[in-house]
Design a protein around this ligand. Sequence first.
Ligand SMILES: Nc1ncnc2c1ncn2[C@@H]1O[C@H](COP(=O)(O)OP(=O)(O)O)[C@@H](O)[C@H]1O
Ligand SMILES: [Mg+2]
Length: 316
Amino acid sequence: MAKEKKILEIEDLPGIGEVSAAKLKAAGIDSLDKIATMPYAELAETAGITPDAAKKAVQAAQESTTINYETGSAVFERRMTIDKVSTGSADLNEMIGGGVEAGAITEAYGKFASGKTQLGFQLCVNAQRPKSEGGMDGSVLFIDTEATFRPERIKEIAKAAGMDPEKVLDSIYYVRAQNTDQQILTIERADKLIEEKGIKLIVVDSMMALFRAEFVGRGALGERQGKLNMHIHKLQSLAEKHNLAVYLTNQVMDNPGILFGDPTTPIGGNIMAHAATTRLYMRKSKEEKRIVRLIDSPSMPEGECVIKITRDGIKG
Ligand SMILES: Nc1ncnc2c1ncn2[C@@H]1O[C@H](COP(=O)(O)OP(=O)(O)O)[C@@H](O)[C@H]1O
Ligand SMILES: [Mg+2]
């Protein structure tokens, strides 16, 4: 038998040299799975190889990729031990199934001053607590697109929680994204930071502000949604791969199509609607009170609860 090299990267495929691998990667084809599902002709053209070589490469990619089956019970066991960050409010935690979950995306949308950023700050603090105290024992990556990150406010919340405020700030890695490219690249390149710094929570505050500002008009909508889709896909895969929680905030608009009831609709259309595993709608109530409504969850019933934004942070 010919010498067999285990196929791990696309360069290992028969007929795919360094040059064709580089062409494929430039076209966004960077995994064996992607090649395994490609039509031969398309691969031949993209990689600049003969159709015959492309056929062999696709077949080799198919043979090398494995599908992992798990029983429902195994998934159940894993879900029972999933990490959750406390929101600071016992009622809100209960409503969403124990806290903001690792391995998934949680979105909070609402008008300005509804408390989306404050909840983000609270999660930045709580994520750093030990697991036994409603935390994840991890650091935080905070992507700020609206210039509303306030370390002094986080210090205040940390102090109230009996934590060392300086230490808490030192474990938050902050990026001020000025445009969607910076926002996207921060996430594309986050793997290294996540591993080195033990990131357990990613906050994007807010997810849509820059997309909304940059892609104006109907004509730009398709491009916007395409870019957004890739960005969300990457966030979701980081959440699963590194078992971390993703918290996104989102702006709202008034939907003129809704004649009865609350016309407040989150930005981002279907792509955003499908992105979040858990979706929360936050509304201002009297004084420090905020109403949080659970709009979408894979396992919890719809519901509503009241939280308070206090000097010490989010309370029940
Ligand atoms: N130090 C503080 N103490 C008490 N409440 C605060 C404090 N800082 C901000 N807030 C409250 O948080 C509100 C702003 O919430 P925020 O999370 O920024 O809203 P948004 O939904 O726009 O992100 C303010 O209106 C204020 O009521
Ligand atoms: Mg905000």
